[in-house]
Design a protein around this ligand. Sequence first.
Ligand SMILES: Cc1ncc(COP(=O)(O)O)c(C=O)c1O
Length: 365
Amino acid sequence: MSLPFIDLKSQYHQLKSDIDQRIQRVLDHGQYILGPEVLECEQALAKFTGSEYCITVASGTDALYMALLSVGVKPGDEVIVPAFSFFATAEVVALLNATPVFVDVQKNSFNMDPEKLEEAISEKTKVIMPVSLYGQVADMDEINSIAKKHNLIVIEDAAQSFGATYKGKRSCNLSDFGATSFFPAKPLGCYGDGGAIFTNSKESYEQLISIRNHGQEGRYHHVRLGINGRLDTLQCAVLLSKLSVYQEEIEKRQMAASYYTEKFQVMEGVQVPQLSDNRDSVWAQYTLRVKDRESFQKKMMELGVPTAVHYPSVLSEQPALDGLSKVYNVEVAKKAAHEVVSLPMHPYLTPDVQDQVISAVEKCI
Ligand SMILES: Cc1ncc(COP(=O)(O)O)c(C=O)c1O
C-alpha cells in the first residue's frame, strides 16, 4: 500500500468535532453565500498575516485574476512573472489580454531572480508578480525596491506560502497585494476550491469586494466589471477551524522538513532544498533535485512512496501561451523543471513514515 502524499484524513480526525460543529452551524443558519463566517474568517486571516484587509475568493486563480483586474491591467500591458510556477500565475495575465513576461529564477530558492528583473522592464510593464514557491517567500525587499523605482505594482503569488515569514513579517503582507490559495492540498486548505487577497489599501479592498460580486456597489447596481468570485460560507467555516491549529501545523511541517534535510544532506545523488536568508518556509512542498527523475519516481512508486513534480516544464513552453508571452533567458528554470521531485509532506508525518520515505530515497537514487 502506498503512503499518502498529503494526509488530510488525519487532520480531519484531529479537528473533527470543531469542523463538524462549524459546518452544522452554517447548515442551521442557511446563509451559504456571504454568511457571517465569511467576514469572521477574513478578519482572522488578515490578523494572521498582519494585513489590514482580506477578501476571501473562490480560488487562488481568482485571487490573482481579481488583483490584476483591480489595478486596471489591460490588453497590451506587461506583467513580469517567474518562468517556474504553476500555470495560473501566467494564465491570469493572458486572460486579460496582457502579456506575461517570463524571467528566470534563482538556483537555490526556485523563486524569481531580482537580478533578472530590470532588463525585463519596459514602458508597458505594469505589475511584477513574484511567486513564493514551495512555501518560501521570494526576495520581496529587492523586488519591491525595483518596483518602486519604476512605479510598478507588486502582487505576491502566495498560493503556496500562506503563513511563511520574511524578515519577521508574513507572506501575503509584503507588497501591494498578496494572493493565496486554499486548495485542499495547500498548507492551509479548505474542503474545495478557495483563496484570498490581502492588501493594506482601503480603496483596493473596497474595489475588490465589489469585483468579487459582479462589480456591484449596492444591489443590482454594477459600477464596474467583476466576476462571481465569492468564497462559500461553508469553506470559511472549515478554514476558521483549520486556522486555529495552523501555527502548530507550520511548526510540525518545519520539524518534518528539518528531519528530511538532516538525512538527505549526507546522501550522494540528491540535492536538498535551500532556505534563503531571513525567512522560513511553510513547506508546501519538500522538493529534492535528482539527476534521473523518471527512474527515481518509478522506483519510489514500486516501494509504495508517492512523489510529485512541481512542475515538469517552464511556463514559457506551455502551448496555451504560444505567441502570447515574452521570454528572457530562463535556463535556471528549465534545469529545475528537469530535476525537481517532491516527497510526501504534511504536518501529520510520523518519524516512522519519514524513515520509510528516507530509506526509499536511499535505495532509489
Ligand atoms: C503558485 C500558484 N499560483 C496559483 C495557484 C492557483 O490556485 P488555485 O488552484 O486555488 O486556483 C496555485 C495552485 O496550485 C499555485 O501553486
